[in-house]
Design a protein around this ligand. Structure first.
Ligand code: ZN
Length: 327
């Protein structure tokens, strides 16, 4: 690993965008000028929507720009639904999760007590990594977005985070046959906000804390939408972070926030009809940063999805320099 990569791994200051956002062609230049270290591309299809765009002109331009400017490129992916093809359900329902009603279902995730399912997922993760190779050695293969875990008789005593760790430990071992220095994120979000209690993370798994989906695990009083500025809700997220930091190293942990996330702000609807309310978010951003720093966290990234060419031409650029200089 180069000196530069070690630095990038030690202290990420990043943004996470969708591949479609590369229609704003100056993403690498703007990120570099702002002082960011990393741009990650994000989808919910294990990279299936990213790979074709990277082959096109705008994708090539992005990769070349990042390389020229010394920016790290990563891929943050909801992945399980594609790593374990849903088409296998018809012939092999035992690979898939059981719902509360005791029925196998291909709606999301997998049965972590299926050896075959784990093997398929790990092999598929390695295949994806051959195309979407992060420059940092840090990989992100998350469970399906805010989706429940397996409730079969063998899995049901494991928390969703325990189940995620079983999958992640397996994926990391497989990735290391390709990339010996690979590390892998354990996403703490929605069902996996509750820390694991029975499965230990393998060395090389790091915490990625995304404060969203609280309603999946408990009744919420207040605004729990992504990017909330509600301090009482945020304090609850920090309690859950603290519980996770009893298991994961804060020095390696990464926060994945929604400070600049146009997509959630716009309700995931395009065209976006108003500018991100940064003025209103700024005080919460400062408080959040202080809370994370006081816990020893040094690595920060934020979703900035939907800041594409249309958004920038309608509302101007995101405040990347202000964001980056505060980190
Ligand atoms: Zn199961």
């Amino acid at each position: 690993m180069s000196e530069w990569n070690r630095h990038a791994r030690a202290r990420t200051r990043g943004v996470v965008i969708n591949p479609e956002d590369l229609s704003f062609r100056e993403w690498p230049e703007r990120a570099k000028e702002a002082g960011l270290t990393t741009i990650a591309l994000h989808d919910s299809r294990a990279g299936a929507t990213i790979a074709p765009i990277l082959e096109r002109e705008e994708g090539q331009r992005f990769l070349e720009g990042c390389q020229r400017l010394g920016l790290a490129v990563e891929y943050e992916l909801h992945a399980v639904c594609d790593l374990l093809p849903r088409s296998l359900f018809e012939t092999n329902p035992e690979l898939f999760r059981m719902n509360d009603a005791g029925e196998r279902t291909p709606d999301a995730n997998l049965c972590v007590h299926s050896e075959q399912a784990l093997e398929i997922v790990a092999e598929a993760a390695v295949r994806v990594a051959k195309t979407l190779r992060p420059t940092t050695g840090r990989y992100f293969y998350w469970g399906d977005d805010a989706a429940p875990a397996c409730h079969c008789p063998r899995c049901r005593d494991l928390t969703p985070a325990d189940q995620a760790l079983l999958v992640e430990n397996r994926i990391l071992a497989a990735l290391r046959t390709l990339d010996p220095h690979a590390t892998l994120a354990h996403l703490t979000y929605a069902y996996t906000l509750i820390p694991p209690s029975q499965v230990r993370p393998a060395p090389g798994l790091f915490l990625e804390f995304a404060p969203g989906g609280l309603h999946c695990i408990e009744k919420v009083e207040g605004d729990a939408s992504l990017g909330t500025t509600d301090r009482s809700v945020k304090e609850r997220y920090f309690e859950l972070l603290d519980a996770n930091l009893e298991i994961f190293d804060a020095g390696q942990a990464q926060v994945l926030e929604y400070w600049l996330d146009v997509s959630a702000f716009a309700g995931w609807r395009k065209p976006v009809t108003r500018a991100l309310d940064w003025e209103r978010r700024r005080p919460a951003f400062a408080l959040d940063l202080e809370a994370y720093r006081s816990r020893g966290i040094q690595q920060f990234t934020t979703f900035a999805c939907y800041a594409d060419a249309d958004y920038v031409s309608a509302f101007g650029e995101l405040p990347l320099a202000e964001y980056a200089s505060a980190l």
